[in-house]
Write a protein that binds this ligand. Sequence first.
Ligand code: AMP
Ligand code: GLY
Length: 468
Amino acid sequence: MRFLVVGGGAREHAIAAALHRAEAAVFVVSSNANPGLERLATVSARVDPTDAVRVVEFARAQRIEAAIIGPEGPLATGVGDALRAVNIPTVGPGQAAAQIESSKWFCRELLLKHGVGGQPKFVIPTTVEEVDRAVAEFAGPFVVKPSALTAGKGVWVQGSDFQDPKEGAVHAKSILLQGGSVVLEEKLEGEEFSLMAFVTDSGVYPMPAVQDFKRALEGNQGGNTGGMGSYTQRDHLLPFLSPADRDRALGTMEKTAAALRAEGLSYRGILYGGFMLTSRGPLLLEFNARFGDPEGINVLTLYEEGDFEELLYGVATGRVDPNLVRFRRRATVVKYLVPPGYGDRPQVGGILELDPGRIEAEGVHVFYGSVQEVGPSAVKLSSSRGIALIGEASAIHEAGVRVEAALKSVKGSYYVRHDIGTKEDLARRMEHMRAILSPGAKPSPIPLSVAAPSAAPSSAASADELIG
Ligand code: AMP
Ligand code: GLY
């Protein structure tokens, strides 16, 4: 089948690789020439992925039979509607349903209207006076979220991005005064996880749970980013996530899919729930209408047992064969190599030398993000995330060690979070969750000292076996 991939990042490289393994002919439209996609694609064109007219023009010229939209931008501009209008089945909701991601206001109101539980307390102020009232009502730490898309970087959390509630209020008011809308939420304490599912007319089909590392710097310091890396556990849960809590999160997603249907909004695509596991169970932070980046790289790498092309075609046409929703039982760790200073002051133009063949031979996969090929084994970094390396093993920690070993084959100046998937970090997160769940415990930020995990592991395998 001639399958179009819209977008040119590492997530799209991983989508294209999974399609290629299924022997699909991959076509690409992206603004950048991604070295990985260039190698896999039958035809790849420099087209703004958010420009629905030009994407459709390319799709018709190339006699495309099905499409998948990678990033949020084209979903928000209605590329899904435009492709379906010319009878190209597409994985990715239309503009109206994609508001579940592109408008935090739409999302919270939809869930409220349809009685979907599992939400934090929130207020959507429309005047500066309402901001002041909301802040007084929270009587505790809160979070300021611009309603529009911000590539994961727009959210301000009290205690990290601002200290004094007045500062948060000023930020919220400035968004309002610039004509934007803003959502204020109570600040939740807990561990975050991402749960993605294929959603189509025939149902909601979940993938393995993933934990993303949002903050730019080691120890979860620095600003929020799109994600610096992520891991999955062999049993498709996480060290702190029980089957019951995963199922509660899935329940929120199923009710949301039903709410969209009740509004007459068809949804054929990926639904990504970003949750915080709290003492009140998993509460929803946000929905995305696409694979996470990097989380998509974890799950797509685990998809090798079925026919990915057929699975995606099923999503796009409204009928999925549940037998095709199968992921290998292996732990994975993704780490992004980014320019030094990524986030605040990225150093653009640094050269990385790496031999992907050698890294792949060590069992670590290379997915190219925002880089430009400048030689046979050399790429130039931009201001965005550059290269994702993914290792797999039976335990999370071992997968992380594999990525660290592969880093030795990369020369040049870059930043990477070495703490992703380490035993110490996993133990810290389990301890953090245990403290939050223990009766009478006062929720605290992630402690800096490392304690051995004492919580019961989340599945039949021992915690040590699963995390390494
Ligand atoms: P979002 O774009 O809504 O996922 O927010 C980006 C990041 O901000 C999340 O991944 C969390 O780390 C943080 N965040 C968002 N909402 C909250 C909340 N209500 N409480 C605590 N942290 C939050
Ligand atoms: N990694 C977070 C996202 O894809 O939005």
